[in-house]
Design a protein around this ligand. Structure first.
Ligand code: ADP
Length: 230
């Protein structure tokens, strides 16, 4: 089994005055190609966990390996490199640049990879094909429907061929039919190379992932496919 993500003994305590323990002693191993839903009530620690998996936050203690690299001792600059080469992000709010074309929005996902503009455009076209938006390449992002906008955001997340796609409530702003399409698209991204981890409150979205990890008070209280010690 190739490991995409591995958290060992990860805790996150926010500094005083709150001193909230957002995550407590998390062990989590995710194999390459898995699709994982992180569920739990508000305040359970889902966003903190996703932030740590995405190297946007550092754990207070414990270790985080991403695509084989131990991030514990990395500088901020090295962590940016991990984000640029190994991770793709999808958010509830899409975060597109409305005045730019669909293709340019996707090409921005490669800006930190140092690829020349021509390569960025080619890759963007391929990624848009993968998400079913070939017919929208030249449109401005602001002209698209919500579901199309999320497809653009997914194309932007995968254009750098990341090992792991992290999605934070990706269907939260969509009607249920469109949300189901986006969920299927995300689940379908997983292959030997690509792993998908998402946060959701929606039971149908969670059920569409192969594995469900449930958090309560910063701890994993249920995991449909635990791989601790794998
Ligand atoms: P969820 O995403 O499941 O709603 P979070 O990870 O956002 O949970 O939050 C987990 C706990 O950590 C909550 O008690 C929350 O109030 C706290 N928390 C989150 N972010 C911060 C922060 N920046 N500073 C202090 N406490 C925080």
């Amino acid at each position: 089994m190739r490991v995409a993500l591995e958290l060992s003994g990860v805790s996150k305590v926010y500094p005083p005055p709150t001193a909230v323990t957002a995550l407590a002693d998390i062990d989590l191993v995710v194999a390459a190609g898995e699709t994982v839903a992180i569920t739990g009530a508000s305040g359970a620690g889902k966003s903190t966990l996703l932030g740590i998996l995405g190297t946007l936050e550092r754990p207070t203690s414990g270790s985080v390996r991403i695509a084989g690299a131990d991030t514990s001792a990395m500088s901020d600059r090295e962590l940016s490199g991990v984000r640029a080469t190994s991770l793709g992000f999808v958010f509830q709010q899409f975060f597109l640049l409305d005045h730019l074309s669909v293709r340019d929005n996707v090409a921005t996902g490669l800006v930190y990879r140092g690829a020349p503009a021509r390569v960025r455009r080619e890759r963007a076209t391929e990624a848009l094909h993968q998400v079913g938006l070939t017919g929208r390449i030249g449109h401005r992002a602001g002209q698209l429907s919500g579901g199309e906008r999320q497809r653009v955001a997914i194309a932007r997340a995968i254009v750098g061929r990341p090992a792991v796609v992290l999605a934070d409530e990706p269907t939260g702003n969509l009607d249920s039919a469109t949300g189901a399409e986006i969920t299927a698209l995300l689940a379908g991204l997983a292959d030997d190379h690509t792993t998908v981890v998402l946060i959701t409150h929606n039971v149908d979205v969670a059920a569409a992932m192969a594995r469900q990890v449930h958090l309560r008070d910063g701890r994993i209280v249920a995991d449909s496919a635990p791989r601790v010690g794998a």
